[in-house]
Design a protein around this ligand. Structure first.
Ligand code: F6R
Length: 236
């Protein structure tokens, strides 16, 4: 594992964007595994800058996102599909028909999970998976549990996740309590994993995840078993 500590969020964002850019440049028809949340926003801005300058071409890229809230469709400004359109897809020359986010409005989320895993497999797997990390150690929405779940699956969000994500909603009561998330199988089968975490509040959980025991109680700790992980932590 490669662990990089930097001082600022801007440094983290440039480094993360450069690692993703390298995959887009070197892998034909690259498949990017993408995340939402506040952590990747800076990297997405940088990628859009590189694209605008003509340095990076996304026309043959496919993307698969980690997760989506249950019951929110792409027209809802709190959905992760909406977030991705606003923060990345509309700012780069990716074909939006080749951008995938689990459908949180599917009538059967277990079935949706199966279809999503089949899609990832049919794409030949993920070349690089970008991850943030929750304060409880979640990656995607794989919350602390007694087991690691392999498949893309519906989940009950942890109260601490609902509280952390309330900042994006008008009130905590508006935060969906359920979601669908890529499982550990999809994440661990990515050829490369890039986890970004910024700020003092994430320091302890990053320490636990990468220097503590591998346990489903700290979901990100499974990444210790992945052969190609880069973690970028910024102090601010
Ligand atoms: C988002 C996701 C989550 C976030 C995590 C950190 O698609 O899967 O695991 O990466 O909750 O969120 P931020 O970056 O907002 O601290």
């Amino acid at each position: 594992m490669k662990f990089i500590t930097v001082k600022t969020y801007d440094e983290l964002s440039i480094l993360a964007a450069d690692i993703i850019a390298e995959v887009v440049k070197t892998k034909k028809n690259a498949v990017l595994g993408l995340a939402t949340g506040s952590s990747p926003v800076g990297a997405y801005k940088k990628l859009a800058e590189y694209n605008a300058k003509g340095e990076l071409d996304f026309s043959s890229v496919t993307s698969v996102n980690l997760d989506e809230y249950e019951g929110l469709d792409g027209s809802n400004d709190q959905s992760y599909r909406y977030f991705m359109n606003e923060n990345l897809f509309k700012n780069i020359n990716i074909d939006v028909n080749k951008t995938y986010v689990p459908n949180g409005c599917a009538s059967d989320l277990v079935e949706e999970g199966k279809n999503y895993d089949a899609l990832i497999e049919n794409l030949g797997g993920i070349d690089i998976q970008l991850l943030g990390i929750g304060l409880d150690g979640h990656i995607g929405f794989n919350e602390p549990d007694d087991v690691f779940t392999k498949e893309t699956h519906p989940v009950e969000l942890d109260p601490s996740t609902i509280e952390a994500n309330a900042r994006f909603f008008e009130s905590i009561d508006d935060v969906p309590t359920r979601a669908i998330t890529m499982g550990m199988g999809g994440i661990m089968s990515a050829k490369k994993v890039l986890l970004i975490a910024n700020g003092a509040a994430k320091k302890d959980i990053v320490e636990k995840a990468f220097n503590g025991p591998i346990t489903p109680k700290v979901p990100a700790s499974i990444l210790q078993l992945h052969p190609d992980v880069t973690v970028i932590f910024s102090e601010n």
